[in-house]
Design a protein around this ligand. Structure first.
Ligand code: ASP
Length: 361
């Protein structure tokens, strides 16, 4: 394990050095970005960046864990992945990892991606079955392969080769929600509508199904040296078509970090994000001087403008959820949401809390 970490650190150090990013040269890079550089916020000298971790609202335990690990000297990617692993392992979070809601066939297919700011390296897995921690597998794709994205059977074989245990990820609760969805989808098939909710799980299933269930976890963390890494992990859109891959494991959509500028990651309707490459766009907007919230709202406006009529409500607004979580190099953070009240988790020197997202509609 020690040797593995040493090799990895060396690889990441070499990559960072080759990119001219080692030794706190990030400021020079930021200043070289043309007219936009004039709007760059003043950044603290290396070693004085505010340590912090942000996440979607389901990640208070995540940001706390990541923050504590960074205080103890952990790499920002190791800390972020350790943070989301808590949620991947939690059967009560039906949007991530073990206990995640399955696809239309009743099979849990997981997507995840990681991005390490100092080396600008990424790793991703998509449609991974039977492995509860896809974020760790994505991190190994980054560390142990010359590739960025592995999918399906290949991703599973890769995880098995690295000793990950296969298991059935479909909990009884997730199965019941899926079964009720199947039974209530249509009155033009052979599945009969189930009787009224008989037990608590049935009641929860019925409540969850009043709206299309969504969810994912994104986490981004920064250390005192100003290095930023992030991770996004999900079971994807509940009841998706077999093989559907959303935004979460796609670099530039589900997450993106430029260690000179900041990071952005998403939860919500993946298709809308994929068609607009929002996380990459938001980081570029922060490069041009926007605050995290300004950049997040601008990408949401772009999504809104490009939304097809069938996905708009009677007021003409996009009728779906899409959230972004942004962290700027100077320590400013923000969360934005397409619609409705939403929150995001933050841990920094002021403790762990939920903060409100700024909403477009
Ligand atoms: N973004 C995820 C996806 O489209 C789902 C979600 O966050 O609700 O797969």
């Amino acid at each position: 394990m020690k040797e593995k970490n040493a090799i990895r650190s060396r690889r990441l150090f070499l990559a960072a050095s080759a990119a001219g990013l080692a030794g706190g040269t990030h400021l020079a890079g930021a200043q070289s970005s043309g007219t936009a550089a004039a709007a760059q916020p003043v950044q603290p000298p290396a070693g004085n960046f505010p340590i912090k971790s942000i996440s979607s609202a389901n990640g208070q335990r995540t940001t706390k864990r990541a923050y504590e690990m960074i205080l103890q000297g952990a790499d920002t990617l190791d800390a972020s992945v350790a943070g989301v692993t808590i949620v991947e392992d939690d059967p009560n979070d039906t949007s991530v990892g073990y206990g995640g809601l399955p696809n239309e066939l009743g099979v849990v297919q997981l997507d995840a991606a990681v991005m390490h700011g100092p080396s600008h390296q990424a790793g991703c897995v998509a449609s991974l079955e039977r492995i509860r921690n896809p974020a760790k597998v994505a991190q190994l794709v980054l560390e142990r392969t010359d590739h960025v994205l592995l999918v399906g059977r290949g991703a599973l074989e890769f995880a098995r080769a690295h000793g990950f245990q296969e298991e059935n990820l479909l909990t009884d609760r997730a199965r019941k929600i899926w079964l009720r969805w199947k039974q209530t989808m249509s009155d033009r098939d052979d599945w009969l509508t189930p009787p009224d909710e008989s037990d608590d799980t049935d009641k929860q299933a019925a409540a969850i199904l009043r709206n299309r269930p969504t969810g994912t976890i994104h986490c981004a963390s920064m250390n005192a040296g100003g290095d930023i890494s992030c991770v996004t992990t999900t079971s994807g859109l509940a009841f998706k078509i077999d093989g559907r891959v959303g935004d979460s494991p796609i670099i530039g959509a589900g997450l993106y970090v430029d260690n000179e500028i900041g990071s952005c990651g998403s939860t919500g309707r993946g298709e809308a994000n994929l068609q607009n490459q929002c996380s990459f766009a938001a980081v570029e907007l922060m490069r041009s001087g926007m605050t995290p919230v300004e950049a997040g709202l601008e990408v949401l406006r772009r999504v809104s403008k490009h939304t097809v009529p069938r996905l708009r409500n009677e007021k003409g607004e996009p009728d779906f959820g899409l959230n972004f979580y942004l962290l700027r190099k100077d320590g400013m953070h923000g969360g934005v949401a397409m619609r409705g009240a939403a929150k995001f988790a933050v841990t920094d020197e002021n403790g762990t809390r939920l903060e409100p997202c700024t909403t477009l509609y």
